[in-house]
Design a protein around this ligand. Structure first.
Ligand SMILES: [Zn+2]
Length: 355
């Protein structure tokens, strides 16, 4: 089990307090991905470090960091785009991109690569520069935390357009061509790419709509399955790991079933990273979790947060048969808590979990 530690904070839940095992998610700044991207520099990867191979289906987002050892296994290539920038991309993703680009050209659509691989060191440098210039609070809000950007996989590609011989590179200009993006999005799955930041799914992905940001999965069948279902990669991963989870949202005067399901997806996506755990059910603890006491507690755990509402979810699950986690091996866990909160007008954030 990753990221677990003995929780110092007092559990103020109305539910059972069992063993002292708890955990906390990594910090989850509300970074605007596009802002961080524009100042990024690429860095070279030594050929000596390339070898073992990477998991093309790894989920990297604001809650799930780049897997350990990723940069040692990553194999990248460099290309120069039409505006003269050096862009570094994972090798197979680049080959697939070239095929996609050729297929699009047959339809009169011209794309190029704006940004792809970004090393943790490069991201850290941006974070440090911003922190020095504007202070830590601003830096956290505008720059993706090093290790938590999908661009660090080398598999995330930001496209830009060439229309009537003119390069369109700025985000605010790119969004003016929905019909062009539609043609592009219809093709990407055939080459193993998925559109990551879907419109209206910011509460799941952590990012607003980005028609240009595509992610290589190395498997057109999976990419097509995701596209056909119209779901996010987060939901795909959660569904694959836990196909048989039952839900019970009970009754709530505070939240709609849809709002509770959005919270459940967040918890389920994090759970999907707990290798070997088997989640059985997930239920809403009830409106009495939305107390001022709980709000104060969650706000104290997340620096700078101004949460106004709380959701507590309870889960039953089975720990991995082969130990290796913070939990006792092969054990049925009951009423394990997931605490989510949201700020006014924003989506749910998973703040902490544990007993
Ligand atoms: Zn991007």
């Amino acid at each position: 089990m990753r990221k677990t530690f003995s929780k110092a904070a007092v559990c103020v839940a109305t539910c059972l307090i069992l063993a002292g095992c708890g955990g906390s998610p990594a910090s989850t700044p509300a970074a605007d991905e596009s802002q961080a991207e524009q100042t990024t520099q690429t860095s070279a990867t030594s050929a000596d470090e390339q070898a073992q191979g990477i998991d093309y289906l790894a989920l990297v987002n604001k809650l799930n960091p780049l897997p350990d050892g990723w940069e040692d296994s990553l194999e990248t290539v460099h290309m120069t785009n039409s505006v003269g920038d050096d862009v570094e991309v994972e090798k197979k993703a680049y080959d697939a991109y070239l095929e996609l680009k050729a297929a699009l050209e047959e339809e009169g659509v011209h794309v190029d690569l704006d940004s792809a691989y970004r090393s943790i060191a490069a991201q850290q440098k941006i974070m440090d520069d911003f922190t020095q210039k504007y202070g830590a609070d601003y830096a956290k809000k505008t720059v993706a935390t090093p290790g938590y950007s999908e661009h660090q996989t080398g598999l995330a590609l930001d496209l830009y357009l060439n229309i009537d011989g003119k390069d369109i590179v700025m985000n605010e200009d790119l969004v003016q061509y929905p019909e062009v993006w539609e043609k592009i999005h219809a093709k990407i799955a055939d080459y193993g790419f998925t559109l990551r930041y879907l419109e209206g799914d910011e509460h799941i992905t952590g990012y607003g709509y980005e028609p240009w940001h595509i992610r290589y999965l190395d498997d057109p069948a999976i990419a097509k399955e995701i596209a056909d279902q119209g779901i996010t990669f987060e939901e795909y991963k959660a569904g694959k790991v836990m196909p048989e989870v039952s839900y019970d949202f009970g009754k709530s005067d505070l939240y709609t079933a849809e709002e509770l399901e959005e919270a459940a997806i967040q918890a389920k996506c994090e759970f999907a990273t707990f290798e070997g755990c088997e989640l059985h059910n997930l239920r809403y603890a009830g409106d009495e979790c939305n107390t001022k006491e709980n709000l104060d507690w969650l706000n104290s755990l997340d620096e700078g947060a101004k949460y106004t509402q709380v959701v507590e979810l309870l889960t039953d699950f089975h720990t991995p048969v082969e130990g290796g986690s913070a939990w006792e091996a092969d054990t049925e866990m009951k009423d394990y808590q997931w605490w989510l909160a949201r700020e006014e007008g924003k989506g749910w954030q998973l703040v902490t979990w544990g007993y």
